[in-house]
Design a protein around this ligand. Structure first.
Ligand SMILES: [Zn+2]
Length: 424
């Protein structure tokens, strides 16, 4: 039967079970419906959730009565329990922080000036290319463990700081190696089309060809990635190049997601035929694209940590997207240049204070909608029988305290596929 866990006396159990019969990511007013059970209990067996309800009912269960001795009971003493966070956008394969960028930006240098001073994405490339896979894997594993301590149980991890065939595959192998040693769940993404590397300046088409004919087929054949991502923006890849990369991904059986509209507006409709799982950033979105997005399951993943860290006054217009019925998720965008945070509670806090999302909307966007953005909602993102036992216990009495107490960690326990994470 494997490990069995019974959590009882949960003050607020946020189930995130779907209120409507319609499958798909949560939208509009449904984002505020957390399916809360007061004085809740959850029974998990062999890494799966088997029953969810009130403590008194759970304790009356005949199976539990006869197996009580073999079950590890966790008294939550009135704490809040919610599905483990699904951080659906991270770049964890890098070597060191970008402190020169940080200081230069504080002094007022622009993106281009920072790049000219040897900073920016390109400054992370050399280190990744020269670092052994085992060292990268240890760094990724350490990051995953720290994320779990903040309540994350499923993490998307991108390559993208190598930008050669060998170093992109090495980055994906490092993710795979780290994932095999972590009890949580990792979804990996090939981001070979992050920027055009120096060697291909002025002939980006040649680089796109390498991504399409070498990186994607090799990553797909070796099952090193589930998704292919493209940074489609000013200074990165054009809409046409993005379509080429998406077409290559489709041809090799990989799903797609995209960095869209961070710096400038891109028309999104040409990409919808590739059924992207997610469009991420979305700072600049054309009004005419919004009704189209509302009709699709492509999730708009907002990453306010990047806006915060870059000191921007503007944030993505979450209200406009939510009110139009576009499914919205939140993620950290953990990366060394623009969002060096591993904290989903911090992303939620920024969503509330700077994007005017209600705390309940931020919870939904960080759990079940993150799971939809990674196409793992069948197993992740809500506390329902038959789903994976991914739970976060927060030492607060009310879930709204999670984004409220910003900058401190109130996660008391994380359970990943039924495994209780060791305390940090
Ligand atoms: Zn990103």
């Amino acid at each position: 039967m494997g490990n069995s866990l019974l959590l009882v006396n949960i003050g607020q159990l946020l189930t995130l079970r779907a209120a409507s019969a319609e499958p798909g990511p949560h939208r509009g007013p449904a984002l505020r419906d957390l399916g809360i059970i007061h004085d809740g209990a959850v029974l998990c067996l062999g890494g799966k959730i088997v029953s969810v309800g009130q403590t008194e009912d759970a304790l009356r269960d005949p199976w539990l009565k006869s197996h009580r001795k073999s079950v590890t009971e966790i008294d939550c003493a009135g704490k809040v329990v919610l599905p483990g966070f699904v951080d659906s956008h991270t770049h964890p394969v890098f070597v060191g922080p970008r402190l020169v960028d940080f200081e230069k930006r504080i002094e007022g240098a622009s993106y281009t000036e920072i790049a000219a001073a040897g900073g920016g994405i390109r400054s992370s490339l050399e280190a990744v290319r020269q670092t052994a896979k085992s060292v990268l894997a240890s760094k990724v594993l350490a990051t995953l463990q720290k994320m779990a301590a903040l309540g994350s149980t499923t993490v998307e991890a991108k390559s993208g700081y190598g930008l050669t065939v060998a170093s992109e595959l090495k980055s994906l192998e490092a993710i795979q190696d780290a994932a095999s040693r972590w009890p949580g769940t990792v979804v990996s993404t090939l981001l070979g089309a992050h920027v055009v590397p120096e060697e291909f300046q002025g002939c980006s088409q040649k680089y796109v060809e390498i991504v399409c004919t070498e990186m994607i087929p090799r990553a797909a054949r070796r099952k090193l990635a589930q998704f292919v991502d493209v940074f489609c923006d000013r200074g990165a890849f054009t809409a046409e190049e993005t379509e080429q990369v998406f077409a290559a991904a489709e041809k090799h059986g990989l799903s797609v997601r995209g960095h869209m509209g961070q710096l400038s507006e891109t028309g999104l409709q040409p990409f919808l035929r590739f059924h992207p799982a997610s469009f991420d950033h979305m700072d600049h979105v054309n009004d005419s694209d919004i009704p189209q997005l509302a009709k699709h399951d492509t999730v708009a993943t907002l990453v306010p940590g990047a806006n915060y860290f870059l000191g921007l006054k503007e944030y993505p217009n979450a209200r406009r997207l939510i009110d139009a019925g576009v499914p919205v998720a939140l993620a950290t965008d953990y990366n060394p240049g623009t969002s060096p945070t591993i904290s989903m509670p911090m992303a939620m806090s920024l969503a509330c204070t700077h994007m005017k999302m209600a705390p309940a909307e931020a919870v939904t966007a960080s759990t079940i909608n993150g799971a939809w953005a990674l196409r793992v909602a069948e197993h992740k993102g809500s506390i329902e029988p038959a789903k994976d036992a991914d739970l976060a216990v927060f030492a607060v009495e009310d879930y709204r305290e999670i984004p409220y107490w910003f900058g401190a960690n109130h996660c008391a326990m994380t359970i990943l596929n039924g495994v209780v994470a060791p305390s940090p």
